[in-house]
Design a protein. Structure first.
Length: 342
């Protein structure tokens, strides 16, 4: 959201009053984070926030503590490492742009001096006292102008390269901030952002949206018996099977610990259950070997819970229903897939 420093006092007061009225109507406690959300909503500078709240209001969603916290964390809370990297890059970018401005200013000054010299050459030619001298001066000035132009071009090319390096640094920092280091899947933050966007799109379009949560069976046993290194190896195997089992437009993420999640926009409950079952079968058919010794560890299995998004429900409610189905799968003997509602 843009800086609020440019707001006129009267306008800020009007926005605050409207925000407080809405919070009162919707029975939202006037805490600082809640007020920030609704002030931003009334102000209207964040199109994504406004669209999200409008959709939730049209679906008669109750703006409880959890939902208000989600809105604040998603649209208004600072992003941490990426923001820090961006701040560093912003400083470097300012330095580059300042250098370019100085170079261009110097080129303009050189151009003015070049024009003056050409005028002087013209006077010499008109006097015609020494045509050879005039031609030599003209040739020398053209050479200097060419050298100055070449030097400026080289500096601009260098600045362009530095800007390209900065852009790559920012892209890499953003990728790292959205990726789980162990599994290579999207991390929790990236998952939440993707799911919230998918929920908004599903409510706008009327399309289905389903999610499945998987948990490695007896994962603690792997860690206790063979060590955390093998546990990490198991998680990477499960992550690979999950990633390969979904479509390009879906998202595979590490939800936390040994729990991974698949988010399938446009997929029905039945379709998502079929995908989760294929992933489960693929994992169960793989045998794990201890890399250091080649020792065959045996079969890895997962349990999976599936749920379909209900328009207007919160992120947390959807995941909770998914987790309930996962719990039922565990209670049913593990190594199986249960859909919420089965």
């Amino acid at each position: 959201m843009q800086s609020l420093d440019d707001l006129e006092p009267d306008h800020a007061a009007s926005v605050s009053k409207h925000a407080l009225q809405l919070m009162t109507e919707l029975e939202i406690p006037a805490t600082p984070p809640n007020f920030t959300v609704w002030f931003a909503y009334v102000l209207g500078r964040s199109a994504a926030l406004r669209k999200t709240i409008d959709i939730l209001r049209s679906n008669d969603r109750k703006f409880d503590k959890a939902l208000n916290r989600e809105l604040y964390d998603t649209f208004l809370k600072s992003t941490g490492s990426v923001g820090e990297v961006a701040q560093t890059i912003s400083g470097e970018l300012d330095a580059i742009l300042s250098s370019v401005r100085n170079d261009v200013a110097g080129a303009i000054a050189d151009g003015a001096a070049h024009s003056e010299e050409l005028i002087e050459v013209g006077r010499t030619l008109r006097a015609a006292n020494d045509p050879q001298l005039a031609l030599k001066r003209l040739a020398d000035e053209l050479t200097r102008a060419t050298e100055r132009a070449s030097a400026l071009e080289a500096k601009l090319v260098e600045a362009s390269g530095e800007l390209g390096d900065l852009r790559k640094s920012l892209e890499q920092a953003e990728l790292r901030s959205r990726t789980d280091a162990l599994t290579g899947l999207a991390n929790r933050g990236a998952m939440e952002s993707f799911l919230r966007t998918a929920q908004i799109n599903a409510m706008e379009s009327g399309d289905s949206l389903s999610v499945f949560l998987i948990d490695v069976d007896h994962f603690k046993k792997f860690n206790d018996t063979y060590g955390h290194q093998l546990g990490d190896q198991v998680l990477r195997l499960v992550a690979k099977c999950l990633q390969e089992g979904i479509r390009d437009g879906d998202l595979a993420a590490r939800y936390g610990g040994e729990e991974l999640i698949g988010i399938l926009p446009g997929a029905s409950l039945t379709m998502t259950q079929e995908v989760a079952e294929r992933v489960r079968t693929r994992i169960a058919s793989a045998n794990v070997k201890k890399r250091a010794t080649g020792e065959l560890i045996g079969q890895v299995t997962i349990s999976a819970g599936v749920a379909q998004f209900k328009p207007g429900e919160s992120f947390e409610t959807l995941i909770e229903r998914c987790d309930q189905a996962l719990y039922r799968a565990k209670q049913s003997g593990r190594n199986c897939t249960i859909a919420q509602g089965d």
